[in-house]
Design a protein around this ligand. Structure first.
Ligand SMILES: Cc1ncc(COP(=O)(O)O)c(C=O)c1O
Length: 411
């Protein structure tokens, strides 16, 4: 862990995950803290228990003081991302004129799908995957085809090849919606894997849309490769946002980025899409990428500590649960199949993120710990839970201790 670093205000900066107490967090009104009764520890939806990065808070306060609460304008967000992407990921070919601001990542994905696919066309996803990939894609009248991850939880190129072939037969303009880093497994795709995806997509004629919302959250030991820097990805799109890494989901904004051969498609994005992001969102996200790097580094240290702590806690309290060490994100994908809990899925489609069944239901009912239920992530998810470890070590310890007691009570 890095030692304390002086913050802009002169006081030593600390791990952002340890600044707020549980009673303070319980005052929050967002879905994480209000969906369940107050005796439940919420480790489900992807919100973090952090205090805001000072650079972001200052930018927002400045806007409020000025009454700068009108409509968003300009390219400051894309410029800030471009500088961040060059510094952190060596993405020197990033071009501001191949970006557009969109309301958020999921709406951006839907708008890009409208540009490069037609209703009824197929969209391939690697299951298990972020549930809204199912919900938004099918709501946009596209057909989801699954290419399940391999047993190592990485993309399975043979399964992708097969899914791309089926997608091609299914629709005229198919696409692959990729998640990099992958939610819920925390896998960060390597350059060689991305090159293989580009080769397959080129061969089968699929357009690739890469959701890179978790990109700044790559933990020590892994390296993030932007898909658009990979050979063969010239006609692809990426969706990027400060929303996950700086906890800004309530301040809506994101960027759609086109590769050089997708610029003409991006220019067909209807103007009204850029009316969706909030001006305060754009201000906050710009400040995050421009001046939030030091805060991000402290956060990444805290998450790295938590992912190791989680391994120790699970080994001690719930040793039957298998933990796949995430390379990025703050999400842990826990294999609970050895607990022998009935994982029969409730009726309905994957994609309803708040549905709770199987192990997640047992942990909610008996441990009073809210986790995301694996079955909503699609094929391969039943019997798993997703645990959000972007919280304090105390809350994490309390949660896993409770989970251990719940499992004991089942014996
Ligand atoms: C992979 C992924 N994409 C998109 C989102 C949602 O982003 P937004 O709120 O910008 O639509 C999330 C949120 O957790 C996510 O994990």
């Amino acid at each position: 862990m890095a030692g304390p670093v002086p913050s802009a205000g002169g006081s030593p900066a600390r791990n952002p995950l340890t600044r707020l107490t549980l009673p303070e967090l319980r005052q929050r009104t967002s879905v994480k803290w209000r969906m369940h009764p107050p005796d439940v520890l919420p480790l489900w939806v992807a919100e973090m228990d952090v205090s805001l990065a000072p650079a972001v808070a200052d930018a927002l306060r400045g806007a409020i003081d000025l009454g700068d609460t009108g409509y968003a304008y300009g390219t400051a967000y894309a410029e800030a991302l471009g500088d961040f992407a060059a510094q952190r990921w060596g993405w020197n070919s990033f071009r501001v004129d191949r970006t557009t601001v969109v309301p958020d990542v999921m709406m951006g994905i839907v708008e890009v799908l409208r540009l490069v696919t037609d209703p009824g066309d197929a969209v391939v996803v690697c299951s298990p995957v972020y549930p809204p990939f199912y919900a938004f894609v099918s709501h946009a009248d596209r057909h989801v085809i699954e290419a399940p991850l391999g047993p190592d939880l990485r993309m399975d190129l043979a399964a992708l090849d097969e899914a791309f072939r089926r997608a091609r037969q299914y629709g005229r303009r198919p696409a692959f919606l990729m998640c990099n880093p992958h939610n819920p497994t925390g896998v960060v795709h390597r350059r060689d894997e991305l090159e293989a995806v580009a080769e397959l997509a080129g061969r089968h004629g699929l357009r690739v849309i890469s959701d890179e919302i978790h990109a700044p959250l790559v933990l020590p030991g892994a390296h993030f490769t932007p898909y658009l820097t990979v050979a063969g990805a010239e006609n692809a799109f990426a969706l990027i946002s400060a929303s996950k890494a700086w906890n800004l989901a309530g301040l809506k904004a994101a960027l759609a980025v086109a590769g050089p051969q997708a610029a003409a498609d991006l220019s067909r994005m209807p103007e009204e899409v850029s009316h969706g992001p909030s001006h305060l969102g754009v201000i906050a996200h710009t400040a995050a990428f421009r001046a939030g790097g030091q805060w991000l580094d402290l956060l990444l240290d805290g998450l790295d500590t938590n992912r190791t702590l989680l391994a120790a806690l699970l080994a001690k309290h719930v040793p039957a649960v298998r933990y796949h060490h995430p390379e990025g994100t703050y999400l842990a994908w826990l294999d609970c199949t050895a607990l022998g809990i009935d994982t029969e899925q409730p009726d309905g489609q994957p994609g309803v993120a708040s549905d709770v069944a199987g192990p997640a239901k047992v942990f909610l009912d008996r441990a009073r710990v809210a986790l995301s239920s694996g079955h909503v992530f699609g094929t391969g998810g039943a019997g798993f839970v997703r645990l959000n470890f972007a919280t304090s070590p105390e809350i994490l310890t309390d949660a896993v201790t409770r989970m251990g007691r719940a499992v004991e009570s089942m014996m």
